[in-house]
Write a protein that binds this ligand. Sequence first.
Ligand code: ADP
Length: 491
Amino acid sequence: MKILMASSEAVPFAKTGGLADAVSALSLALAKIGHEIKIVLPRYYNINRSELTQLEGEMGVPVGGGEEWSAVYTTELPGSPKKNPVAVYFIDHEQFFGRDGIYGVPWEPDFLDNPRRFTFFCRAVFQVCRKIGWYPDVLHAHDWPAALVPVFLKYGEKQRDFSKTVSALTIHNLGYQGVYNKDNFHYTNLGWDVFYNAGFDDWNMMNFLKAGLNAADKLNTVSPNYARETQTSIHGFRLDGVLRYRSADYLGILNGIDTNVWNPQKDKFIPKTYGIKDMSGKADAKAALQETFGLPPNPDVPVVGMITRLTEQKGVGEVFGPAYGSAWSICRDMNLQVVLLGSGEPWCENEIKSLSYRLSNFKAHIGYSEKESHLIEAGSDFFLMPSRYEPCGLNQMYSLAYGTLPIVRNTGGLADTVQNFNEETGAGTGFMFDDLTPSAIYNTVGWAVWAYYNRRSQIEAMRITGMKHSFSWEKSAKKYIEMYEAACAVR
Ligand code: ADP
């Protein structure tokens, strides 16, 4: 199959979250199976033109009643199979993408012209295909920035030279929908009838994702449980009605993890690699973790790790909220150590710094560090992830691969990947709670620490069960193929 991925992010070129990992990993997995994959991305400021090949001639993109001109660059996606490389095409438009920041910068988190930037990007995807004379079977759009791709296909391009192409749209995070003043709508070059027929209308605003969800032939999100949850008013972010309406075409496909990077048997960032047969490297990682974070070296005390963006979605309010968060009482009452790596909202960073001064068994590094994230996954006994909502979540899958038991809220992809500890049978791979409250977090961490001291053999058995589980992209890629085939069948 010929598949084009339209995305605003893909590693190693542009990343703010899990979307970037998923797009590249899925593309590589599909190419390995033998499909022809191309990715279209904006050429952002930090993507060096001199490392890319420029296609001959400029390209006109019809937007805003006229035409915007852009150059197109290309390169191969690193890690591509030699015989069937994934080609990445970059749309180069200086005014839209020549600046620092993908969606914004700290002093302007959502660029004012984002509706125009991503309308232009989505229209340019079709022009790239025309330019290279390559018409895909499937246009696969990711999240709101690419959500107009299925809309443009349905309302215009399909009646032109894309008659044999179908579309799919993946939701990586329903919390971000691209909702803007409808004054921006004229920029799409679509008629006002389409504004209403395609379902752009969102209380008199223009909602990119909503229109995409209505227009795409097939929809999916990144875990089966999140697919169910997003069809309820609690997790639907006001689009649950649209998703219920489209439920026959909407499914959940779990993300995989990159097992070359996240694998205790070949991890370059930990002192000694380890696996199911010899777990001694995990103890070494724990010692290195305690040293790196300045905690007392003690192999017998349980370490709880956290790696997270410090935002409301991740449940950090219930852990670190001043006066009501559970972190203080967890660290005061229990004989454990807690390490955190993360960055995000200033109030939370400040609270974490203050806690690490006041508590001898809580240490945190504010910032982003790949090396330390590997050390935490390997060296911790437990990994805490109390997300408010979690489309898939990667860290709990990394934890399972490293024999670190996740302590997670029973939501989204966390519920699909972690099995709750059963005290009677010893079955399970982690510890779960339902309510997002400080006391539920406190009690579940307490339960895990209790089990660490009193049910050691069950804890060790759970580690092995988790490590045996595979979260490979090959499995997920096959499910995406089924989705593409179902879309093509309707064609
Ligand atoms: P989300 O995409 O919602 O942030 P995920 O769990 O799906 O959550 O993926 C987050 C990814 O970012 C993981 O690979 C995680 O290890 C990484 N990450 C988050 N914060 C940091 C940090 N401060 N340092 C290193 N890696 C981080």
